[in-house]
Design a protein around this ligand. Structure first.
Ligand code: DHB
Length: 309
């Protein structure tokens, strides 16, 4: 079976959408809940609705995509209402993603969630690369410690942290040392690789408008970096912290690789954007075929069991 769990939260399928892709409206979210996926993740919310950056702000390429959306979303109240109304039906989880533009905005949203009837997982996104003038919070380890210290003083529900990719093993040590001091349910690695630049040689131009063309990369570009982050964090985080693997998944084989590196659950962003909800059927089938070939009956049979040479 492809069942998975994060602590007490059960998922009837290991596949979820990644925040940001086809998950901004209740229509899109309902489609995911009615699909083969094990649940849905909401577009990262801010306290108030936002229009986001100017268009064009996303561009597909043969290897993936680049985007600088700038957090267009309907505001926390909209997603919190959907989450309250649809939470945990038949092990189909709703994960509520939030991305405040400041510590205070994040704490304000966590207070609202704490005071709500929502009992599911909240994903605190500390890694949005596309807000003009802002840096990605999770590259500042003391800022992460500060926000988590403030949050856990009053937030008694379960929380996951969406992390950016790290590129130096010392960064893995540093973020793990901070996260291991808190009762975090999971980390989600990785968000897009921030501030890439796609160039069109024909037009001699960038391909998206915001930030002079700089934007977050997803798709084939990011898979090895994602696998390194899942593996690097699994080797360093305390066992009570689960890992969601996100980055470069477009086949059952990619999911298998993420789970070998230690992922408990995985999320699909760019490829879900290309294919829509049918991707959850195809990838489930491909993953089951690989498992059958290898004689595995559950994801636990191979999770984290990557061999080294
Ligand atoms: C956006 C992009 C991200 O990678 C993210 O984590 C949050 C928001 C965006 O541009 O909307």
């Amino acid at each position: 079976s492809l069942k998975a769990n994060i602590g007490k939260y059960r998922f009837n399928n290991v596949l979820l959408n990644a925040a940001g892709i086809r998950c901004a409206t209740t229509d899109e979210l309902t489609k995911i809940l009615h699909s083969t996926a094990g649940g849905c993740v909401t577009k990262s919310a801010t306290p108030q609705p936002r229009e986001g950056n100017e268009s064009p702000r996303m561009k597909a390429t043969p290897m993936g995509c680049i985007n600088s959306m700038g957090l267009p979303n309907h505001g926390l109240d909209y997603y919190l209402k959907f989450a309250e109304e649809n939470q945990d039906k038949n092990d189909n989880q709703v994960i509520l993603s939030i991305a405040g533009l400041s510590v205070d905005q994040n704490l304000e949203m966590l207070h609202k969630i704490q005071d709500s009837s929502f009992t599911g997982l909240t994903e605190l996104n500390l890694s949005c690369p596309n807000i003009k003038g802002e840096s990605q919070i999770a590259y500042d380890f003391e800022a992460v410690r500060d926000i988590l210290t403030k949050a856990f003083k009053f937030f008694k529900k379960d929380i996951g942290i969406k992390l950016p990719p790290y590129f130096d093993l010392h960064q893995f040590d540093q973020i793990a040392a901070v996260l291991n001091d808190f009762p975090i349910a999971y980390v989600n690695s990785i968000n897009s690789i921030g501030n890439g630049l796609v160039v069109n040689a024909d037009t001699e131009s960038v391909v998206i408008k915001p930030k002079g063309g700089f934007g977050g990369l997803g798709g084939d570009y990011v898979k090895p970096t994602a696998l390194a982050n899942v593996r690097g964090l699994r080797l360093r985080l305390k066992p009570e912290i689960a890992i969601i693997g996100t980055g470069g998944i477009k086949s059952g084989r990619d999911v298998f690789e993420h789970i070998l590196c230690g992922a408990n659950v995985v999320q699909i962003g760019t490829a879900f954007g290309f294919d829509g909800v049918s991707i959850f059927d195809r990838i489930s089938k491909e993953l089951k075929e690989i498992m059958a070939e290898k004689g595995y009956t559950s994801l636990d049979d191979f999770r984290g069991k990557l061999k080294t040479l």
